[in-house]
Design a protein around this ligand. Structure first.
Ligand code: IPE
Ligand code: IPE
Ligand code: MG
Length: 245
């Protein structure tokens, strides 16, 4: 059963993460197990994202960030990359129609400059709509790499420094140069699909995130898996370098 914010009043209120991030992994293996092409796994994974985004919103999560396409995923066969871009375009077109009604703000994190023009247009449209209201925010990492994000932030800082716009750098200031500027760091990062690595996801922002790994393949992921990850998160003792209270 879903954990609702109201179930978590008082002491328990601390255990609901404000920001959940998910590495959407296992689409290809899900398809292979069914004798389907990998692209069928990506289509199923896109449906799962719709479902889980709504689930997290209803739970009272403020931010959901998903890793949909990495800077390294261009190494895949062209047909697979094209199919993924097609699915992302389809998702964004639908989002433009429905996000206002469903109160879902949508932000794309990553280097959009080399994405197909149609996708870039949709990214601007969704960003534009998102500025009109408050509430749940979904972030989709697309052509995103954690190291790439840090290098870009460093370059942008260097420009500001050279131009005399800034004279110092703090961690908070540097966060402001990231794609994730203004978004709190993820409290909980979930990786379905069985691998136990971050694969270049949120290298800067994950410094104190709690990590939960599960063998469930992303297309099979359900609200119950979110509940289980939150329950695991709630059992963790987040010390941030301090000592247990
Ligand atoms: C995740 O599923 C989607 C992307 C990385 C684009 P995969 O395609 O990596 O699925 P597996 O890991 O091969 O099963
Ligand atoms: C990570 O999954 C990237 C995304 C989910 C977008 P991969 O399938 O690309 O990661 P590796 O290759 O197993 O590390
Ligand atoms: Mg994978």
């Amino acid at each position: 059963m879903a954990l609702l914010k109201s179930d978590m009043a008082g002491e328990g209120a601390k255990v609901l993460p404000r920001h959940i991030a998910i590495i959407l992994d296992g689409n290809g293996r899900w398809a292979k197990r069914r004798g389907l092409p990998r692209t069928a796994g990506h289509a199923a994974g896109a449906e799962t994202f719709r479902r889980i985004a709504t689930y997290c919103k209803d739970l009272g999560i403020d931010y959901l960030t998903v890793y949909a396409f990495s800077t390294e995923n261009w190494k895949r066969p062209r047909e697979e990359v094209e199919a993924i871009m097609g699915l992302l375009g389809k998702y964004l077109r639908e989002a433009v129609e429905t996000m206002e009604r469903d109160h879902i703000r949508l932000k794309i994190l990553g280097d959009a400059s080399i994405l197909p023009e149609s996708l870039r247009g949709l990214i601007h449209e969704t960003a534009d709509i998102s500025t009109h209201y408050e509430g749940f925010q979904a972030n989709v990492c697309l052509n995103y790499g954690g190291r790439d994000e840090i290098v870009r932030a460093a370059l942008r800082f260097a420009e500001d420094y050279r131009a005399g716009r800034v004279s110092t750098l703090t961690e908070d200031m540097f966060s402001g140069y990231m794609y994730s500027a203004g978004i709190p760091d993820p409290d909980l990062i979930i990786r379905p699909g069985g691998e136990k690595r971050l694969s270049n996801f949120l290298m800067w922002e994950s410094a104190y995130s709690e990590l939960v790994f599960t063998d469930v393949l992303w297309p099979d992921f359900t609200g119950a898996d979110i509940d289980a990850a939150i329950a695991e998160y709630a059992r963790r003792d987040r010390r941030f370098g301090g000592i247990k209270k």
